[in-house]
Ligand binder design. Sequence first.
Ligand SMILES: [Ca+2]
Ligand SMILES: [Ca+2]
Length: 511
Amino acid sequence: MKKLFSLSPSLLFGLLITLNSQTLPIDFETTTSWSVFAGASFSTVSNPYIDSENPSSKVGRMIKGAGQNWAGAYLTLESSMDFLNNDVFSIKVRSSKFNTKLLLKVENSSNGNINYEKEVTMTKYNEWETLTFDFSQIPNEIYDRIVLIFDLGVTGNGSSSFTYYVDDITLYSLNGPPEPCDSNLTGNVPSGSNYVLVWADEFTEDGELCYENWTYDLGTGSQGWGNFEAQSYTNNSENVRKENGILKITAVKSGNSYTSARVKTKNLFDFTYGRIEIRAKLPSTAGTWPAVWLLGSNIDEVSWPQCGEIDVIEQFSNKQVNMSTAHWYSDGNAQYGLSVNNSTLTSSFNTFRLDWTPTSLKAYLNDSQYWVMSTNNTMPFFDNFFLIANLALGGNKGAGNIDPNFTEDSLEIDYIRVYQNSSGSVLLSETINGDDNFINYYISNGEWHLKSLSSKINDIFIYDISGKLIEKRNVGGKTVKINSKNLQNGMHFIRLRGDFGFQVIKILNKN
Ligand SMILES: [Ca+2]
Ligand SMILES: [Ca+2]
């Protein structure tokens, strides 16, 4: 059922306090500020063609200049568009030209590489027509800019046939609001530890993955996701669904091509340090390449492998072996991994685990450790990572040739649970002054580990709630440890000073 996206209270408030409201829907009755490129002009004008389809008084007008091919206009919105709850754009358009095309693109105003577009051809001319654009497959990123390009690549001749009118740019939901996630976290907290369950998906209700936890990578990526993989990723239920408490990621052959799925928590959930537990059964067919892994959340800023990668489940051609590997940057891709043998990986559910601390990565199969590596601050494993689960096929990294008789096979995941260590103390807030530094923190065995991500920390000052100085210490390095047992219970302020300026961290200490 078609359900129009209704005006939110904040949007109404915005309209009341400012005439220059760069917020969807755009009806041109209030002023918007469009920019143009490649020989376009754009203005808000009185509607020259008032009729029953568009009785409103003002519309946008774009003119493509003589001799111009790529002319367009864009509008930067006050906030990013909500594609979790909405999936369709509609735009009213009027053109005097037969078969006019409108390319609608959305992008991130601070990173044009993050963009998504759809082109629709008009079926009418010399009358208003409402075009709809399906954005249901848009990857989960931040988009705050709308770009309109009419007749992309068609040379404008400057006549009236290259004047276009637009109105009522609206984003709404065709399918109604999506299902929220199951809020019951049922994982068992390991006994005798400081771990608490901070995130889990038990995949309990049949159907689509819940939108608050998961989004999708779609298509084939560049060069088969960098590895010449054979599959194209979709979010169709054939390729990804919850069934009887299990997430099934299914690779399917149709004709000579393959489809599968890759799901991720990017922009929805990420974390630094902790324990991740995955109960899963792997596919058995030759050529399948299943993986459940972590990728650095800053991948769009620093790219791979600088962002870091930690593979918890990864299986290549030997279906009795799982491999855990870390990737980071050191003159190119540096990696270290070890494998574990188990004859039941494709016939039974096994529990795969990663313990990630500030100093090491350890992997376990059914609570038996098979991989450990030390980490240090030249590596990226001190920052937020998000989760990915996927089933690839073929490629050039060791999954081997795809069985010629392949029809379909699945990676099945019973649950994914993330635990983090807690001593009982809580970091309440932080204030940054000076340069753009960030203090990364972690609690282990009653010690606060603080780490500067830019320059050295020169010294620290610890104050109690009354402002009394408890301790001053010279540091002269990027890391410092504070024994919380030496502090009284209650609020403390830790002031760190360095070339970054200073930063104050507020800690609620509970021993
Ligand atoms: Ca209007
Ligand atoms: Ca389950």
